[in-house]
Design a protein around this ligand. Structure first.
Ligand SMILES: [Cu+2]
Length: 115
């Protein structure tokens, strides 16, 4: 999923995700925009088992892996983070947003369906 775009539109691309419980996902959060952005969905955070978050260099080589529970991820311009998780609860999650001032209001929101 892309957080923003090079034209600095305040959107997630795509703005919805469909997931299944029991499968391991590697959610790649890339920020090709000139602004920093968050991927924040407290309900998703409470609906998955996190295996790790992996931080990569711009060339894709890993820099760090973070283990433990995750609430939200902020990605700086030109960078990428990967959230590896297994959904454990079903639901239609309407709370994906970027909490930076004005971004949610401008349309930086999304929906996640887990089934
Ligand atoms: Cu944002």
């Amino acid at each position: 999923m892309q957080l923003g775009n090079p034209e600095n539109q305040l959107r997630f691309f795509p703005s919805s995700l469909k997931l299944e419980t029991g499968r391991l996902y590697r959610l790649v959060l890339s920020n090709p925009s000139p602004s920093k952005h968050y991927f924040s969905s407290p309900v998703l955070a409470a609906s998955v088992f996190t295996r790790k978050v992996q931080i990569n260099q711009p060339d894709g080589r890993p820099v760090a892996e973070v283990k433990g529970e995750v609430r939200e991820i902020e990605v700086y311009p030109g960078h990428t983070a990967e959230w590896w998780f297994v959904p454990v609860k079903t639901g239609t999650l309407q709370d994906l947003h970027c909490p930076i001032k004005g971004h949610r209001e401008a349309g930086m929101v999304g929906r996640i369906i887990i089934h």
